[in-house]
Write a protein that binds this ligand. Structure first.
Ligand code: GLY
Ligand code: MN
Ligand code: MN
Length: 444
């Protein structure tokens, strides 16, 4: 059998081992951590979904195969990092492709020791014995939960008379997710690349769009650009013409794009496991109506004000507060809200037009992990954190709202990295100035 090369995730082996060391230092020698891989899931009948590794498991191991379990046993003299993986199997590999096997898990993934996954029932209870804390995230891979409970029970049975068997289950998520929030240099460069591919795809789509084309045809432009760069959709894209832009999670993507309408495209890719999440809104025919343009300018001003707040030392909600202020001012100016600015902000009047938050963490997951509040206060932004900035205005047809504004939905979304200084807009290569968009679309 041929050796199976380690997959190229763009992250060095040393970085994974650094992450494991950090985790083990935090959980301590009384603890054991158990992380299962994502299960294979079926779409229909015997057709599998494309396999995507669990992000937490991946962050700790770099291992991309299913049916694997990682175990961290801090301070264990015979080895602290163990992997249970599928055994090599020439027949299965001839159908489904190569496997690392236990040998590969040690040789390529830095495991101190590795075993066939089929031996886990024999081995894991022994590893859990005497460990006061079991770090395992219940309720994520629910089919795996009873096994862990069973092993814990077994390990207690072995050492009934040991005073330290009062085992406590703790989630590993909190500790792990906090590490994930700070993107290393290698991760930042993965995010930069994912954003660059999304930028190229949005450009391609902008060139393609014209009245009469279909939303799914625009989606195909993204699919092409993503796959050409070995990336894929990081989430189901929103390709929303006209009124569809006001449906927050519109994903049918099957309607015709009409002259005079706006198109809102929220599409990002995953490349080497890191995500981008980018939205642009532009006129199908290349020219904004005065009302579309007026709304667009408000959202853009809000987005720029919010991005300017993505600075180390500011707190998580600063960009949102900046966006809310500019949007509320804009809605008053457009006659869509009436009242005093401060009162409208306090009452949340903007929420009927801007009903979502201004952003979220970005990383291995599109909505990446990490707390937004710490000890009751908004989290302070620090270099290495990555987030989206994505204000919007969505105007549903309602009495009291001038007809010319009906069904206008605008969102502008970029991916931003917190640095020591100026915010780094990872998707900055994509135009968003209204005039620039018009020039660009008309020149095509
Ligand atoms: N594309 C999902 C989001 O913008 O959060
Ligand atoms: Mn998005
Ligand atoms: Mn987003």
């Amino acid at each position: 059998m041929n050796a199976v090369p380690a997959p190229r995730s763009g992250i060095e082996r040393d970085e994974f081992s650094r992450r494991r060391r950090q985790l083990m230092r935090i959980i301590g020698r009384e603890a054991i951590a158990i992380l299962p891989s994502a299960p294979v899931r079926y779409r229909n009948g015997s057709v599998e979904y494309a396999y995507r590794q669990d992000s937490r498991f991946l962050y700790v191991t770099g291992f991309t195969e299913p049916e694997a379990v990682a175990v961290l046993v801090p301070g264990r003299p015979q080895g602290e990092y163990l992997l249970f993986v599928r055994e090599r199997d020439p027949l299965r590999e001839s159908w489904d492709g190569g496997r690392a096997g236990p040998e590969g898990a040690v040789a390529h993934y830095g495991a101190d020791d590795a075993f066939p996954i089929t031996d886990i029932d024999e081995i894991l209870p022994g590893l859990m014995e005497g460990r006061a804390r079991i770090h395992y995230s219940m309720g994520v891979h629910t089919e795996f939960d009873p096994k862990v409970l069973g092993w814990a029970h077994g390990s207690r049975g072995h050492s009934r008379h040991d005073a330290r068997v009062a085992q406590e289950f703790l989630s590993l998520d909190h500790v792990l997710d906090d590490l994930r929030l700070y993107k290393s240099r290698a991760e930042q460069s993965r995010l930069r690349r994912a954003a660059a591919i999304a930028v190229a795809a949005h450009r391609r789509a902008m060139r393609f769009v014209r009245p009469g084309c279909m939303e799914y045809q625009v989606m195909a432009e993204f699919a092409h650009e993503f796959r050409v760069h070995n990336a894929e959709f990081a989430y189901q894209p929103i390709i929303a013409g006209g009124a569809h832009a006001c449906v927050m999670h519109y994903r049918n993507n099957d309607a015709r794009l009409n002259d005079g309408e706006l198109l809102l495209v929220d599409a990002g890719c995953e490349h080497q496991f890191y995500a981008s999440d980018v939205t642009r809104t532009y006129p199908v025919n290349g020219r904004f109506t005065p009302e579309q343009r007026a709304v667009y300018e408000v959202v853009l001003a809000a987005q720029l004000a919010a991005i300017d707040k993505v600075r180390a030392g500011n707190h998580w909600n600063d960009p949102h507060e900046a966006a809310v202020r500019v949007i509320t001012q804009g809605l008053i100016r457009l006659g869509l809200l009436k009242g005093r600015l401060q009162t409208l902000i306090k009452e949340g009047a903007y929420q009927s037009f801007f009903g979502h938050r201004t952003g979220h963490w970005l990383g291995l997951d599109v909505h990446d992990v990490g707390d937004y509040r710490v000890g009751g206060a908004w989290r302070v932004l620090e270099p290495g954190m990555a987030l989206t900035v994505e204000p919007g205005i969505y105007i549903r047809p309602e009495r009291g709202t001038p007809r010319a504004f009906w069904n206008i939905g605008v969102r502008i979304e970029d991916d931003v990295l917190v640095t020591q200084g100026e915010p780094e807009v990872l998707s900055a290569g994509l135009i968003k100035d209204a005039e620039e968009i018009e020039r660009w679309m008309q020149a095509k």
